[in-house]
Design a protein around this ligand. Structure first.
Ligand SMILES: Nc1nc2c(ncn2[C@@H]2O[C@H](COP(=O)(O)OP(=O)(O)OP(=O)(O)O)[C@@H](O)[C@H]2O)c(=O)[nH]1
Length: 410
């Protein structure tokens, strides 16, 4: 099949193979240039660029079939093709922060490789090579689609769907090709075989490289944007959310913390001024950073840990009973008492926490931000009570008369 347009312009296998190589090469350069930014490196653009470079190289070698040595245009070209999807998966692993299915990839690569080696060295029928390569790449495309579909989070959901449509379409093209090989109709990628199957497969390849690269770059830029806005909401010294960001988040997504009830835990490092006086401001900073790390380790992903003031922290425990909040608060005090912070001059600094907490049980959380402010106020009074009672301890707001049924009271 040759899709003619006018005059000398024709869309045949030779044109398509060369154009696909050029297209993949241009997209590889674009991805490599975008990967030059420090933050882009760890988002998988290098791997994406490598995958396209392998594809471009393979298609260029296919283009020279019949004019260059068979070792290059068959063996090396197919080895390059076998590297394309695994590098794509490495890129997804970085961007979506998931594990690549290494053993399944290795197994499918071995299947593809065995077919190619058998054809090249043992002069087995060429259809065996086409079948094993097509099955291997089709299977790897399905694995890539599963990685994209099963990655945690719902960010860029519509783009993931587009990616998976194109993965599915490409996998289907490879499985059809494998089926044709079984039926004895398979053709090698060639510039002279202009069968409809060949033309369609080449068009699908060009479509795959273009759409998948555009979508990948969009997803990279979305993640960069998310990370940048998250960084702006965090305190530079401790990495915890700032007080302003905390209230913005609480107002924006009340259902995320109200559902199931919540507890608000406020904690303050005891006699912090003395720590600053004894160990210097840098020593004090090291204690703050250590305390924040400890806090992050003890909280769940659904909780919100905040640097509430100078040496004061707060945690919103989502879906949490009063007993659980009490245990969490006591754990903070115990851990702080157990740990010490090694500062730059080699000295160890010990610190303690005073903690106050208040709860808004499930069913009493309808007051929105006003209710949250009331709960914080009660946790603050409990913290004050802990300080007044001698520090290094936990107090609950339940003993404070004004704080009973606090969420209902507002
Ligand atoms: N190193 C350092 N110190 C800070 C920072 N922010 C606030 N501080 C200091 O934290 C100290 C807080 O002291 P106070 O409010 O008197 O409280 P405290 O000494 O912890 O006493 P209690 O809270 O009553 O136990 C002040 O000396 C502030 O200068 C910071 O980012 N780094």
């Amino acid at each position: 099949m040759v899709l003619y347009t006018t005059g000398h312009l024709r869309l045949d296998a030779a044109t398509l193979v060369f154009a696909t190589s050029l297209l993949a090469f241009s997209l590889a350069i674009l991805s490599a240039l975008l990967a030059r930014g420090a933050s882009s490196k760890r988002l998988g653009l290098h791997e994406w660029s490598a995958s396209l470079a392998f594809a471009s190289f393979a298609f260029l070698l296919f283009f020279f079939r019949g004019k260059a040595p068979w070792v290059l245009t068959y063996l090396v070209a197919n080895l390059a093709m076998l590297a394309v999807v695994p590098f794509t998966m490495l890129a997804y692993a970085k961007l979506l922060q998931v594990e690549a299915p290494v053993s399944s990839v290795a197994l499918s690569t071995a299947v593809g490789l065995s077919g190619v080696l058998a054809v090249y060295f043992l002069e087995t029928d060429a259809q065996f090579g086409v079948f094993s390569m097509s099955m291997a790449i089709g299977f790897q495309l399905v694995l890539a689609a599963l990685m994209v579909a099963m990655a945690p989070g719902r960010h860029g959901a519509q783009w993931r769907v587009v990616l998976n449509i194109i993965h599915g379409l490409s996998a289907l093209a490879f499985f059809v090709r494998a089926g044709m090989a079984l039926n004895g109709q398979a053709i090698l990628v060639s510039t002279v075989a202009n069968s409809p199957a060949q033309i369609v497969a080449l068009c699908v390849a060009a479509l795959y490289f273009t759409v998948a690269t555009v979508v990948f770059i969009v997803m990279v830029s979305q993640r960069q944007h998310r990370e940048m806005s998250d960084r702006l909401r965090r305190d530079g010294l401790t990495g915890l959310y700032t007080r302003t960001a905390f209230f913005e988040m609480a107002v924006a997504k009340p259902h995320q913390w109200q559902a199931g009830g919540y507890a608000l835990v406020l904690m303050d490092i005891d006699n912090f001024k003395r720590i600053n006086d004894s160990y210097g401001h840098a020593g004090g900073d090291a204690v703050l950073a250590h305390a924040a790390r400890m806090l992050s380790q003890l909280t769940r992903l659904s909780d919100i840990a905040v640097r509430y003031g100078g040496e004061e922290f707060c945690v919103l425990l989502h879906d949490c009973s009063a007993e659980e909040a009490g245990r969490f608060a006591q754990r903070l005090v115990d851990e702080a008492g157990r740990q010490s912070v090694r500062i730059k001059d080699g000295r160890n600094v010990r610190f303690t926490f005073s903690v106050g907490y208040a709860c808004a049980p499930d069913g009493q959380t309808r007051g929105g931000i006003e209710s949250l402010e009331a709960v914080i106020d009660c946790a603050d009074q409990a913290l004050y009570a802990a300080k007044a009672a001698g520090r290094n301890q936990v107090q609950s707001s339940s003993g404070i008369p004004a704080c009973n049924d606090v969420a209902l009271a507002v």
